[in-house]
Design a binder for this molecule. Structure first.
Ligand code: MRU
Length: 350
């Protein structure tokens, strides 16, 4: 992604987003000027990607504080708590959303004793900090992960875990970007990622903007490419990594991990510590978002299936830790068993 194009940013009185529903052909900014608009943008996937929705929700709470008519800290806290629930309910799988709103509420509790005005400005500063830290974590993931990319390798990625899914630079795309900058001659297979087409619309665009060689494939071509010996490693992002290293990510990730295992191909997950949820022991406990079947039966607003046909749309799946070769975080590359290292990562961030 070029440096001028930001995913989420603050302007006085508004949370601003690049409209990811209109990319790659139109670069349109959306200004969310109240809580409902921020919630809608997250739900409708105007902004998407685990870290990006966390940053957006943080700014959403800062916006609520700015607009609040509360005259004392207690009333402001109540308002923020209600807003947090509204935001958290928009997308249940990516933990970064609940992580960011929890961090904002912790800060609100600390600041509210000093009065509403202090809390307002402190919360905006906290949202800015969440965004800045996310960007820094993505660059660190790039530095740690780049060594895993083969010198002249073919890397496969799924969905979009790039700059658009984060404060910038990306998670899965970060090692790819850094390796490319280091002069490695790599090529990326980009899964189109049905049904929402984050790969075709967003990852292909981001890589093209960065000048990184890519080939777009439909999801069902990935196994063929692996069998042909044309995939050297796979890197995906994560929406939630639980205590034992199980990972929730975009639907189709699990199938890739099984295929990678069958072909002896390294399968890497790249994510910041804000994606780690130690409260869940294993991945079957992760709530999987069900989205509208219309997103399956329609393509760009065009019906592609018989009228009235039933369709399913789980938006994420869970990849068990035994299929994951390594997890790339801002603290370094973790290898199995993951439990202790994941705990250390979270502790390092606290
Ligand atoms: O439904 P989305 O587009 O929000 O899903 C995004 C993903 O699954 C990403 O891989 C994940 O959030 C990691 S983004 C750095």
């Amino acid at each position: 992604m070029n440096n001028e194009l930001r995913t989420v940013w603050w302007e006085p009185g508004a949370v601003c987003l690049i409209d990811q529903l209109r990319l790659p052909h139109e670069q349109v900014m959306v200004r969310c000027t109240d809580l409902a608009a921020v919630g809608h943008a997250i739900k409708a996937m105007v902004v998407r990607g685990a870290p990006a929705i966390g940053c957006t929700a943080a700014y959403g709470l800062a916006l609520v504080a700015m607009q609040s008519k509360a005259t004392d800290g207690e009333a402001l806290l109540q308002e923020l708590e209600q807003a947090r629930q509204v935001l958290n309910a928009q997308r249940p799988t990516a933990i970064n959303l609940a992580w960011a709103t929890a961090r904002m509420l912790r800060q609100a509790h600390l600041l509210s004793a000093g009065g509403v005005e202090i809390a307002r400005h402190g919360l905006l500063a906290e949202a800015h900090a969440i965004l800045a830290e996310d960007l820094a974590m993505c660059h660190a993931i790039g530095d740690h992960g780049a060594v895993l990319i083969p010198a002249r390798g073919h890397v496969l990625t799924h969905c979009n875990a790039g700059g658009l899914a984060t404060a910038g630079y990306g998670t899965a795309l970060a090692p790819i970007r850094t390796a490319f900058r280091q002069g490695r001659s790599l090529h990326v297979w980009v899964d189109e990622t049905r049904p929402f087409l984050q790969g075709a619309r967003l990852t292909a665009w981001e890589l093209q903007q960065a000048g990184i060689p890519l080939t777009l494939i439909t999801d069902n071509m990935a196994g063929y490419m692996m069998r042909q010996g044309q995939v050297d490693c796979i890197i995906v992002g994560a929406d939630r990594i639980v205590a034992n290293g199980d990972v929730a990510n975009k639907i189709g990730t699990y199938s890739l991990a099984v295929l990678a295992h069958a072909h002896g191909i390294p399968f890497y997950v790249a994510a910041p510590s804000s994606t780690i949820d130690l409260s869940l022991a294993h991945g079957d406990l992760i709530p999987i978002e069900e989205r509208s079947p219309d997103e399956v039966t329609q393509l760009a607003g065009q019906l592609i299936a018989p009228i009235g046909v039933r369709a399913a749309h789980p938006a994420f799946d869970m990849t068990p830790h035994h299929l994951i070769t390594a997890i790339i975080t801002e603290h370094g590359v973790l290898f199995p068993p993951y439990d202790d290292d994941l705990r250390r990562c979270v502790e390092a961030g606290n």
